[in-house]
Design a protein around this ligand. Structure first.
Ligand code: 1GP
Length: 250
């Protein structure tokens, strides 16, 4: 059972090797800014826009940000919710995710039960994903009450990822935390990729072309960057990072 957006992502990964997604944090972004970021990212070759942050944003604002972006871009807009308040009817799809290393059942299945009827009502395409917080974990780790897997314990990350795959999840996301000092190490990515058969997203702290290339060549199918678009020269940076991701296509 694959929806339209999921098929698009799988075909793009198959054709291009590794793809890039731009994460927009609605909390830090006005609708007009978000539209600009989405337009630039699309022009540079990003495959999709993800929208979400770790803390609270009003749903009215989230709706406005998504509406502004969808007027400008053709690529899919995928919700990346931290809670049920991260659901908007104006997106194309939603990462229907469980935080696999949370100690709080709310982030494992509670929020999902509360959100599922809304996903259905809005006709959003759910894309099942196991979310694993690693390294310093950042705000997502604190808010999600996760026990982040240390970067030097890749075998534990493999165990989490396999559990996600065996539970039927379609994608695994290794999250180093937005703004992490160091991206997820290549060795951890390589081990997870080798042991699992589902597409792998990696994000958190990727700031340079070199880092993007290293993450992609270690086996990440989808490379996510967020913070960089908000930085000085963000437009140029995104284009360099996408070049790095493309560098993996040899
Ligand atoms: C956060 O992994 C993403 O969920 C992106 O992280 O903001 O550090 O690019 P950055």
């Amino acid at each position: 059972m694959f929806g339209r957006v999921e098929k698009y992502l799988l075909e793009k990964i198959k054709a291009e090797g590794s793809i890039h997604m731009t994460l927009v944090d609605p909390e830090k972004t006005a609708p007009s800014q978000a539209a600009q970021v989405a337009e630039n990212s699309q022009a540079n070759g990003t495959a999709a826009i993800m929208i979400g942050g770790s803390t609270f944003v009003s749903q009215a604002h989230l709706d406005d940000v998504i509406k502004a972006m969808s007027r400008i871009v053709k690529i899919p807009i995928i919700l990346f919710p931290n809670n049920i308040t991260g659901i908007s009817r104006y997106a194309d799809a939603i990462w229907f995710m469980s935080l696999l290393n949370s100690v709080d059942p709310y982030f494992l299945i509670g929020a999902q039960i509360l959100g599922a009827p809304l996903v259905k009502k809005y006709g959003l395409e759910p894309i099942s994903m196991g979310y694993i917080i690693v390294g310093e974990g950042g705000t997502a780790g604190v808010v999600g009450k996760a026990i982040p897997v240390p970067y030097n314990k890749p075998e534990l990350t493999v165990a989490h990822a396999l559990a996600g795959q065996y539970l039927g999840m379609h994608f695994i996301y290794l999250e180093g935390g937005s703004g992490a000092a160091k991206p997820v190490p290549p060795e951890m990515i390589r081990m997870v990729k080798k042991s699992t058969e589902i597409p792998l997203l990696v994000g958190g702290g990727i700031r340079t072309k070199k880092q993007a290339l290293s993450v992609a060549s270690a086996g990440a199918d989808i490379i996510v960057t967020g913070n960089i678009v908000e930085s000085i020269g963000g437009k140029q940076k995104v284009s360099e990072i996408i070049d790095g991701v493309k560098g993996n296509r040899g």
